[in-house]
Ligand binder design. Structure first.
Ligand code: TXA
Ligand code: MG
Length: 339
């Protein structure tokens, strides 16, 4: 199959909408990462998404809608969910709610809940409107690769597997949406994103973060979200994250690990570049927001360069820092050091 890469103008979006309505798959930009979209109500289309990604069938998909209107056709909303939709939609917040029968079991991997998200990127919403159906979309990477934050990254993974990728420029956020379980008394973050625990608590009074966000699942522990069981965002190089309050101490340990390795690369904060002399390094930005924006592209670049050892400086886990650290911890298979 030939994969077309088209700038996401009105004409291309119309073509994309028709493809999705016909049961085909389309790559599209969102504010977080690029998505691989298909008709969420069409079990065949959803199976094709799992096949193109090489994704385990027990990992459910997010259903994307153009707005909150008519959402009760797909789920059973509650007042907490409604308040959060009003505050954060369109935007990078995905809500888990009890599902209605029109959503096929393959879409939710047999779970009784459905994940709903209304993306902020105008091209994403225009595509959903053009398709006239809710759009199931995981991140547009092959399973186990970093999520794509540019159309070109998505093409690297999906070339020949889908008919069309819409190019809407680089994603502004750079890490995937916050996944929030709102079926219980207190909302629980299953995957941190740009919408933070602090912001959610401010809106609805309280918000917890699932324990397994920053540590591996314990033996026999049930995964609150199936995505947590699978190894994610795996770079080819072995990665270690070093964190601590004292930048000089962190740098000393990073240098030590780097100097003990072959073919290594450092992933560091912009203002720490100077601490590493002429060692090979990649910029992780000046703050966690910029870190979110740069992380996946940096991981892909290091793969392309054939880097075998990655030593990364961590961020403080407050605010968006939690989302960046969650992705880094997983990329490092939880090889984290505190100095
Ligand atoms: O920002 C995003 O959310 C992007 C863009 C494309 O919208 N999408 C995305 O999808 O990251 P994906 O499939 O890569 O990640 C979805 C996560 C997975 O960890 C999955 O296990 C979880 O959401 N999830 C989906 N439905 C769920 C459900 N019913 N219960 C628990 N977890 C669910
Ligand atoms: Mg993903």
């Amino acid at each position: 199959m030939l994969t077309q890469l088209l700038w996401a103008d009105d004409t291309a979006i119309r073509v994309g909408g028709e493809l999705i309505a016909e049961g085909k798959l389309v790559g599209f930009p969102t504010e977080t990462v690029y998505g691989l979209g298909g008709n969420a109500l069409d079990a065949e289309a959803v199976r094709a998404i799992f096949a193109a990604k090489g994704r385990p069938a027990d990992n459910p998909l997010i259903v994307h809608v153009a707005d909150a209107e008519g959402i009760d056709a797909f789920c059973v909303p509650n007042p907490t969910a409604e308040r959060l939709m009003e505050a954060f939609w369109p935007g990078p917040l995905t809500l888990l709610l009890p599902k209605k029968e029109v959503i096929p079991d393959v879409t939710t991997a047999g779970l009784g809940t459905v994940a709903l998200r209304c993306p902020k990127h105008p091209a994403a919403r225009a595509l959903i409107r053009a398709a006239r159906v809710p759009v199931a979309a995981p991140s547009g990477n092959r399973s186990g690769r970093p999520s794509p934050t540019t159309a070109r990254h998505m093409l690297e993974d999906m070339n020949g597997l889908i008919p069309l990728i819409l190019d809407g420029g680089p994603c502004s956020v750079g890490v995937e949406s916050t996944v929030l379980d709102v079926t219980g008394q207190v909302p629980v973050i299953l995957r941190p994103g740009e919408v933070t625990r602090e912001q959610i608590a401010e809106t609805v009074g309280d918000c917890r973060v699932a324990g397994s966000v920053m540590r591996p699942l314990r033996e026999g522990e049930a995964a609150p979200s199936p995505g947590m069981k699978h190894r994610h965002y795996a770079p080819k190089g072995k990665m270690t994250v070093v964190r601590g309050r004292d930048a000089e101490k962190v740098a000393a340990r990073v240098r030590e690990l780097y100097d003990a390795s072959e073919n290594a690369c450092i992933l560091c904060h912009l203002d720490h570049m100077r601490l590493y002399g002429d060692r090979r390094k990649e910029n992780l930005g000046a703050d966690p927001e910029e870190g979110a924006h740069l992380l996946f592209a940096a991981l892909r670049k290091m793969d392309d360069m054939g880097v075998e050892r990655i030593i990364a400086e961590g961020w403080d886990e407050a605010g968006v820092g939690l989302a960046v650290m969650n992705r880094m911890a997983r990329a490092a298979a939880f090889d984290m050091e505190e100095v």
